[in-house]
Design a binder for this molecule. Structure first.
Ligand code: SAM
Ligand code: SF4
Length: 335
């Protein structure tokens, strides 16, 4: 894969926000069907509509050339994409400050060591329940044991600051908040609790009935632990808190209750090459035709990305009334 060499002043939007962080979705496919993310019967993209690993590598390299310091690979489940390690190895050579992946953990027993060897810095692993049956109900076909083995494998491979991502849903897993906290404390890892977002129309439940705000989750935790806000944040949407007697940090990602758009430094690229300027809006441009029309020249891609910054909207407008506001599912968006 070719690396672009020109350096510029970077990517800045109309509101003066500097884009330093890109989330790349490497596939829309997944071995799970989490109830808040997908419907039971999903239709996935035909393969020719999905960017090749080389095309994703070109996108990453142009963003790095434009000043991006942090790349997260996501999906769908990034580790079910065939030969994904070729891409991971390539991005590992781009000199990023922070190279990370969000994964459901099921394939980590196989991949954790190679990910670490490739130069990946951190992992976010999604885990919504510690009860095998509940876990199966939420993921529809996930096996809790595999994910726990995956977390073990990531810790053994030497990953530091592993973070669990947990979507809390009323009546599904809101009774496990303290158990999950004990789990991360025992392992010395972090956790972020995420408010469910209205992306795609899910078949399992009305989102308004399961919505649980970060403040409610925090109240439950504070019945046992006092939480102190951590000033230094990580450049992502989480607001972090510390406990007095543990290195584990507790984060809250609260798209509804604590709007984080003001300091947004992120953009996303979907598996089909659509550059999304905001998670909660449709503003986007299609990079795939530009990549395919210019297979050996990254300059048109670079120009398109610079110009796209003007499309980044000021904020999202999610509501909790159950309305579908964005028809894309999270597996398409790249969480
Ligand atoms: N498959 C990987 C995983 O589950 O970690 C990566 C992709 S997944 C779309 C990324 C994150 O988005 C996961 O932590 C998942 O829980 C979260 N997510 C998916 N749909 C969501 C929704 N509607 N609202 C909030 N978070 C969601
Ligand atoms: Fe798959 Fe992740 Fe979506 Fe669950 S949240 S269905 S693991 S992409």
């Amino acid at each position: 894969m070719t690396k672009t060499i020109q350096h510029t002043e970077g990517l800045v939007d109309r509101f003066g926000r500097r884009v330093k962080y890109v989330r790349l979705s490497v596939t829309d496919r997944c071995d799970f069907r989490c109830v808040y993310c997908m419907t039971e019967k999903m239709t996935f993209l035909p393969r020719d509509q999905v960017l090749t690993l080389e095309e994703i590598g070109r996108v990453a390299s142009v963003f790095v050339d434009l000043g991006v310091e942090k790349v997260r690979l996501t999906g769908g489940e990034p580790l079910v994409r065939r030969d994904v390690m070729q891409l991971v190895d390539y991005i590992g050579t781009l000199g990023l400050k922070d190279f990370t992946m969000t994964t459901n953990g099921s394939q980590l027993p196989r991949f954790a060591k190679s990910l670490k060897d490739s130069g990946m810095h951190r992992l976010n692993i999604s885990l919504d329940s510690l009860d095998a049956e509940k876990f199966k109900r939420i993921t529809r076909n996930g096996e809790l044991r595999k994910v726990i083995d995956g977390i073990d494998a990531a810790q053994q491979a030497g990953f530091q600051r592993i973070k669990l991502n947990t979507v809390i849903m009323r009546g599904r897993n809101d009774d496990e908040i303290l158990e999950l906290i004990e789990f991360v404390r025992q392992r010395g890892i972090d956790i972020s609790f995420i408010e469910e977002m209205p992306l795609g129309e899910v078949s399992d439940h009305g989102r308004e009935e399961t919505f649980c705000s970060s403040d409610e989750v925090k109240d439950v935790i504070e019945q046992r632990y006092s939480l102190t806000a951590i000033k230094q944040q990580t450049g992502g949407p989480s607001r972090y808190y510390a406990m007095q007697d543990s290195p584990s940090r507790i984060g809250f990602i609260s798209p509804h209750s604590h709007n984080f758009c003001g300091d947004c430094n992120r953009v996303r690229v979907t598996a089909e090459g659509r550059l999304l300027l905001c998670l909660g809006n449709e503003h986007s441009i299609d990079l795939r035709p530009i990549l395919r029309a210019n297979p050996t020249d990254n300059e048109p891609l670079r120009q398109a990305i610079i110009e796209a910054m003007d499309l980044k909207p000021e904020r999202h407008h999610f509501t909790t009334d159950g309305d579908v506001q964005i028809v894309r599912f999270m597996n398409m968006t790249g969480g």
